[in-house]
Design a protein around this ligand. Structure first.
Ligand code: SF4
Length: 436
């Protein structure tokens, strides 16, 4: 039993969707009798919000939990470790047997039960909680806005439908209300996220206009300086969506389109559509409407049955497609997926070597594309000052938070959007001089 209001700290692993989930849980703690603290050292309960979409992510989640259990837990009596998010959603009961040091598991779909779990562990009532309109607990200039959860697709390698469940769209009115609240809390940039935001609305009654309608509605919210879209599936790149982006100046010309592969036999085995030709046609259609667009994709190397000819096809595609950024994952056979049961699994060494070759090619192209910005004047959203070297850092419209590199500036205040002339490039990072 803890005498004063118990303090709760969060550790978040994984993707932006998890950050949004953590924000929601943090906000519920803020609205309760408990205290929210940043540092585990000051906490009575640490909630580790885990990721589990591939084996490496699960391993990172397990080792984080075990480190906390070994180092933090025994330092003081009355401490508790709670494991939330995707790992308990995926592995359920199995975990309680293998991790006896963990006091409770809160899978992603049961996140609303966190306060009841904290009551049980601490013996202190959560008190009357007021639902908060604003879920955001971070004060940076950029905020994620989740517009859907789950997935309705059947990609053969993917665990996400089993972790996050079927596709559920958030109602448009909720999305717009949250965008307003985020802006009121200081966000200049809103990033729309979901496993597949391009399918928004397909599960709701009536023709709601799809993602294009969401883009138009959020872009119209006063104070949204930049609006960014993350994770648009190739079949969701409609003409109406491109028009909605083109007609709104505050929608950044940036699309993250996870393609996974470009060779037709591999895509079919993955249960995905398209081939190199149709995907190149789609990219050309995007660039015709949005000539200054920055494009990101993700690829998987070493899917079962992938031949050297398939790899060559993917390399040829990558060379022609000229993505600004491409994340390459080593294929990982995940329990319970169709792909894990396929014959012709490729040895890990080969998978890794293929992934590295693709990464090298993607970097070569990406660095060259970044270098093409030298001499341009671009808008940069200032994020803050690097604590290590005191350099002011921000992002131009073609760089998403946390993944695509930064612009290093000579001056600027956090949250400001400045005009900067790009004077140099260093890999994916750019160096800019502020003009105004
Ligand atoms: S399992 Fe998927 S949804 Fe969950 S944190 Fe990892 S990447 Fe995000």
């Amino acid at each position: 039993m803890v005498s004063k209001a118990p303090a709760v700290a969060f550790i978040t692993l994984g993707c932006p969707k998890n950050e949004v989930d953590t924000d929601r849980m943090r906000a519920s703690v803020l609205a309760s009798a408990y205290r929210l603290v940043d540092e585990p050292d000051h906490a009575d309960v640490v909630v580790v919000n885990t990721c589990s979409f591939i084996r490496e992510a699960t391993e990172e989640s397990i080792s984080t939990v075990l480190d906390i259990a070994a180092d933090w837990l025994p330092e003081r009596a009355g401490r508790h470790v709670v494991v939330a998010g995707c790992m308990p959603a995926r592995y359920g009961e199995e975990l309680s047997d293998s991790m006896p040091e963990v006091a409770a598991f809160v899978p992603v779909s049961e996140e609303g039960a966190l306060l009841a779990v904290l009551e049980r562990l601490t013996g202190v009532s959560a008190g009357a909680t007021t639902p908060k309109a604003v879920r955001r607990t971070d004060s940076g200039p950029s905020a994620y806005l989740q517009i859907s959860d789950g997935c309705h697709r059947v990609c053969a390698y993917c665990t996400i439908p089993s972790i996050r469940g079927p596709y559920v769209s958030r109602p448009l009115a909720d999305i717009v209300a949250e965008a307003k609240a985020l802006v009121a809390h200081g966000a200049s940039e809103i990033v729309l996220i979901g496993q597949d935001i391009s399918a928004w609305g397909h599960d709701l009654a009536g023709d709601l206009g799809g993602l294009a309608a969401v883009v138009r509605a959020v872009a119209a919210v006063q104070g949204v300086r930049w609006l960014r879209l993350m994770y648009v599936q190739p079949d969701g790149v409609s003409d109406d969506l491109l028009a909605a982006i083109a007609e709104n100046d505050n929608v950044v010309r940036y699309l993250d389109i996870p393609l996974q592969h470009a060779s037709k036999p591999v895509l079919r085995a993955m249960r995905r559509s398209g081939d190199a030709t149709s995907l190149l046609r789609m990219l050309a259609r995007i660039r015709a409407v949005l000539p200054d667009v920055a494009l990101r994709t993700t690829l998987i190397a070493g899917f079962p049955g992938e031949t050297t000819a398939d790899v060559r096809e993917l390399q040829r595609f990558l060379t022609e497609a000229r993505f600004d950024y491409a994340g390459v994952f080593v294929y990982s056979p995940e329990d319970g997926t169709e792909a894990a049961a396929l014959p012709s699994q490729i040895p890990l060494r080969t998978r890794r070597a293929r992934a590295q070759r693709l990464r090298d090619l993607a970097d070569e192209i990406g660095f060259e594309r970044a270098g093409m910005r030298v001499g341009e004047t671009v808008e940069v959203l200032v994020e803050g000052t690097d604590p290590d070297d005191g350099v002011v850092v921000g992002r131009w419209r073609g760089q998403a938070p946390e993944i695509d590199g930064l612009v290093l500036l000579d001056k600027g205040e956090p949250g400001q959007i400045v005009s900067a002339c790009i004077v140099d490039s260093l890999g994916y990072d750019l160096e800019g001089e502020v003009i105004s």
